[in-house]
Design a protein around this ligand. Sequence first.
Ligand SMILES: NC(=O)c1ccc[n+]([C@@H]2O[C@H](COP(=O)([O-])OP(=O)(O)OC[C@H]3O[C@@H](n4cnc5c(N)ncnc54)[C@H](OP(=O)(O)O)[C@@H]3O)[C@@H](O)[C@H]2O)c1
Length: 310
Amino acid sequence: MILVTGANGLAGSAVIREFVRANVLVRALVRSRAKAQALEAFPTVEVVEGDMLRPETLKNALSEVERVLLISSPNGQMVQTQCTFIDAAKEAGVRHIIKFSGLTTSLDSPFLFSRQHAEISDYLERSGLDWTFLRPSQFATEYLREVPTIVADGAFYLPFEDAKLTPVDMEDVGKAAVALLTQAGHEGKSYMMSGPEALTMRQVAEQISLAIGKNVSYVNVSREDRKRAQLEAGIPSFIVDALDVQTELRRLGNGEEVVHLETHTALGIRPTPFVEFARRHAADFLGTSAWAMAQKEQKHPLGLWDLPRA
Ligand SMILES: NC(=O)c1ccc[n+]([C@@H]2O[C@H](COP(=O)([O-])OP(=O)(O)OC[C@H]3O[C@@H](n4cnc5c(N)ncnc54)[C@H](OP(=O)(O)O)[C@@H]3O)[C@@H](O)[C@H]2O)c1
């Protein structure tokens, strides 16, 4: 059996969707079944409840499992959550863990989440289990966070200056995860994965404009203004500070501007251009989709919109 953790989140739900498309049986770990009704609807998905921080709740989830895709939320407890889970998985007889991390993982990174991913990866490598790392770049879905101002002002406001990023379509990442979880021979390997183009924010705006047939501009703002807006929106200050460090690194060029298509090539996945992602989400960017309407209804502040799941 294959288990995907964080299955109700952005990345996890995209992976589950690709398992459904491939018609391969998968088990999905969620904290609350009540919030996972979309997953329950798929006959090839077995939804199981459990908390990765509480091994005693993971017995059913880990029963008869050979391989796991390890995902949890980027938060202050990510290291504890994933390392506790690795111990429980080993105890239950899991053979191979595929750890979902990011393009820039490093123990000495100034960016909190890069550091945390590196710590967990280190722990996994020393666990005695087989391991594989899946390391995607910035998710293309991150730009859906900008929908409120795209709809209101025809613009989005970020502090990235002329930095280039390589947003990757989660459908591509989901396909890679399915391949790594269902095929042999990926043990001890690391798979970096980005979108096919390095884009400045002005180019991202052009691609969104092209996709939705409406002009969208990029407005550069100062790091201070961005931080103030995020704090006003209610984003916890340690996350705001972490994202500010990430902005600084992106402006300097931290490797996120480098295109990595080697995983697409190795696994036979067609790289999805950003404009194609934006076209698929045109109704979201126009604010007319069911997702956008629901967020507006609930009056979530900018930056705290609950992004659409796959
Ligand atoms: N955003 C990007 O551009 C980007 C790029 C590269 C890599 N990443 C990495 O991708 C990973 C996944 O991000 P995401 O956006 O998919 O996160 P997400 O939407 O927050 O999803 C994470 C899931 O993990 C679950 N989870 C958290 N703690 C748990 C626990 N103790 N037990 C069981 N489940 C738990 C959450 O469950 P609930 O639904 O119950 O809260 C949630 O569904 C992160 O590690 C992030 O660093 C992100």
